[in-house]
Design a protein around this ligand. Sequence first.
Ligand code: IMP
Ligand code: MG
Length: 182
Amino acid sequence: MTDLQQELARVLLSEEEIQMRIKEMAAQITADYEGVKRIYMVGVLKGAFMFMADLARHLRINHVVDFIAVSSYGRKGAESGEVRLLMDLREPITGEHVLIVEDIVDSGKTIHYLHEIFSGRQPASLKTTAFVQKEREHIPVSVDYLGFTIPDVWVVGYGLDYAERFRTLPYVAELKKEVVTK
Ligand code: IMP
Ligand code: MG
């Protein structure tokens, strides 16, 4: 076992499960956007970088990728705060079919915030995909394509971190409680 693995409680989503589901999601998105000139995918850094890369590779429809960076005020490790835009898109999205690509819906604040700012920019359409959503109460958000629902615990891997660690694991695992509170 590596040092990193000793801090994990259990694997929630295996690499195989993730890859299978992402292929399904890509097929669904490809079908739904049939006839559209292109999709303008907006990945939310840093957490969505792996999901974006895998999802985009399986799309069979024209698309471009761009990224934004957000952070939550007061979020050091695991606590939730107010959302702040750290890096915006490079191009206007007026008339584009925008698909927001997010890693995880926790309180729902991030998705809600992004929906607000992008809908004000007159895209031709605006949809959201999230890799995972936690089973908990959150502010009402619309997620058009959801990968998985997971328990309300702190998870890491496949883009998700705890204090910048564990991001590049190819699977999703629950972090041991003692690591979160340390
Ligand atoms: P929300 O705004 O509360 O929905 O939180 C969304 C953001 O918090 C995500 O984009 C993640 O960056 C981060 N986040 C929430 N829960 C987790 C988790 O369990 N592991 C890693 N990051 C998380
Ligand atoms: Mg995020």
